[in-house]
Design a protein around this ligand. Structure first.
Ligand SMILES: *[C@@H]1O[C@H](CO)[C@@H](O)[C@H](O)[C@H]1NC(C)=O
Length: 255
């Protein structure tokens, strides 16, 4: 059994957010109320079916969502499949470790939504909503998801992926019940990677580890807040993006 289910995620979110530029986009909770009233139900149904069939889906999707937001904002650019003419986020070394079940649940959700309300819901919003539903499904905290993101018109390589902290995060994240066991294990010296174990020793991060290990509620509250903050990083609205027909290709093929 893996000893870690790595809500490590939250700590990295917390340490990262204040360092990033933060836009104040015009998002809302009821963005699809008129144009796609069944949006939330369709996402939940699709996500539930997929997670039950494939329990690694939650972890995979969180990694993809995290990675998307950290590279040029939460705009679904990470979902673009590489071809020989473009060089995109998914094409770099690190992204090859992003598991397919995360991409698959987004594709399934997009297909279901296109049937109900064509060309209405962005892939970026789908990823944010799917990630939240999956967190809840595996026992994590519920939190509101602001909607109204547009999908990116371009996808760029970003060399932040050379950051070993990020690599550790992405290599470590494993499926399991969502709880604070990861932090408890760190305090016992059971971190799987030396970079994780260092979090329990570094005076800057030790208080987080102790707090989350001792109090799961505190971890859940902070995690929920971190996910909401992360989900609004450099969001595209209006003409800055569009609604993709398919999540893995731009509407206009660029060669
Ligand atoms: C745990 O954290 C929550 C949220 O911050 C707080 O309200 C609660 O008092 C904490 N519980 C203990 C036992 O410290």
């Amino acid at each position: 059994m893996a000893t870690s289910n790595s809500p490590f995620l939250s700590l990295i979110i917390f340490l990262s957010i204040p360092l990033l530029s933060h836009s104040e986009p015009q998002l809302s909770l009821d963005y699809y109320k008129a144009t796609c009233p069944d949006f939330a139900n369709i996402v939940t149904e699709t996500v539930t079916t997929k997670q039950i069939a494939t329990p690694t889906t939650a972890a995979a999707t969180l990694r993809i969502f995290f990675h998307d937001c950290m590279v040029d904002g939460c705009d679904a650019s990470v979902l673009i499949a590489p071809n020989k003419f473009n060089k995109v986020e998914r094409d770099n070394e690190l992204d090859h470790t992003l598991p397919g079940d995360g991409f698959d649940v987004v594709t399934r959700t997009k297909t279901a939504l296109e049937l109900a309300c064509p060309m209405t819901v962005s892939c970026a919003d789908i990823l944010a909503q799917v990630a939240r539903d999956l967190v809840v499904m595996v026992g994590g905290p519920n939190y509101p998801v602001l909607l109204g993101r547009k999908d990116s018109l371009a996808s760029q390589l970003n060399d932040y992926t050379k950051d070993p902290t990020m690599s550790a995060f992405l290599d470590l994240y494993t499926p399991g019940k969502f709880d604070n066991m990861y932090y408890q294990n760190l305090l016992k010296g059971l971190g799987l990677l030396s970079t994780d174990q260092m979090m329990a020793e570094d005076p800057r991060t030790r208080p987080f580890v102790e707090r989350y290990a001792a109090n799961q509620t505190a971890f859940f509250v902070d995690f929920a807040e971190g996910m909401q903050k992360m989900g609004t990083i450099d969001v595209k609205t209006g003409d800055e993006g569009n609604i993709r027909r398919r999540c893995d290709v731009f509407n206009t093929v660029r060669t």
